[in-house]
Design a protein around this ligand. Structure first.
Ligand code: PEP
Length: 273
């Protein structure tokens, strides 16, 4: 089964609503209707309504960067699935390594116990994934090892544990709504490149795990993205890999020219461009 590649921008803590709207309009002009690829952007919460309005009626989807598993209540600062849906979201990133407090190179602003403000773990990631699905959102579940874990030969163990925990309780009929993103922590925002073959190998491992959970046929229909310093130069090689179904793109998703090139690389890599 041919999987439609998906390229999704994670804008992180960048852009005011006005700036986000301008970037969304630029991306719409470049990418609306791009054949053979799906495109999404995940702005900060406060920018979602402006971006959703700018992209209304286009083929570019909007997503949140996080979600809380309760729909409403005394949870100051949180945002729920129904809120994201009503603001115009179709996707939500779940368990990004930064939300798990796993940074490649934490700056001094996160020294000591300040890192604990980003407290996701496998249990909360799973609750968030389930909440996203109940709300009708597609969760983009992020998994990936740190440099220390890789150097200790633990990549496979870590990725397997994160995939299995993240998917616990997801029903087989919900499987095709789920997107996985393999994001080695050491490659996020660092400019460190993960080899094409290595990205393909670990995305393939993720797919084998999906096959164990839901069977090989369903696993063939689920998108597994690669994320970690994807740019216009390395995207063509990555997007040609058979197990890589697109990219979760941070820094370069803020630059319309670069993001457009990455989307084109995904189209071409899958023979659609
Ligand atoms: C990300 O935010 O998921 C990411 C991969 O960031 P970057 O592309 O900047 O490494």
């Amino acid at each position: 089964m041919a999987r439609i590649p998906f390229v999704c921008g994670n804008w992180k803590l960048n852009k005011t609503p006005d700036e986000a709207c301008a970037l969304a309009q630029d991306l719409r002009a470049r990418l609306d209707g791009a054949p053979g690829v799906e495109v999404g952007v995940c702005p900060p919460f406060v920018c979602i309504p402006a971006v959703a309005e700018a992209l209304k009626g286009s083929t570019v989807s909007v997503g949140g960067q996080d979600i809380f598993w309760m729909e409403k209540g005394a949870y100051t600062g949180e945002v729920s699935g129904p809120m994201l849906v009503s603001a115009g979201c179709r996707y939500v990133i779940v368990g990004h390594s930064e939300r798990r407090g796993r940074f490649a190179k934490p700056g001094p602003e996160l020294a000591g116990d300040l890192m604990a403000v980003f407290g996701d773990n496998d249990t909360t990631v799973n609750r968030k994934a389930l909440a996203a699905l109940s709300a009708g959102l597609r969760p983009i579940i992020c998994v990936g090892e740190t440099l220390e874990e890789r150097q200790a030969g633990r990549t496979e163990v870590v990725v397997e544990a994160q995939v299995r925990a993240g998917l616990a309780g997801v029903r087989p009929e919900q499987a095709e709504e789920v997107v996985l993103a393999y994001e080695p922590v050491w490659a996020i925002g660092t400019g460190e490149k993960c080899d094409d073959e290595e990205a393909n190998r670990v995305c393939g491992l993720v797919r084998r795990l999906l096959a164990q959970v839901w069977g090989p046929e369903k696993a063939q229909g689920i998108r597994v993205l690669y994320g970690g310093s994807v740019d216009a130069q390395n995207a063509p090689g990555l997007m040609r890999q058979s197990e890589v179904d697109g990219g979760l793109v941070g820094g370069k998703s803020l630059i319309a020219d670069d993001f457009e090139k990455i989307v084109k690389a995904a189209q071409q890599g899958k023979g659609m461009g």
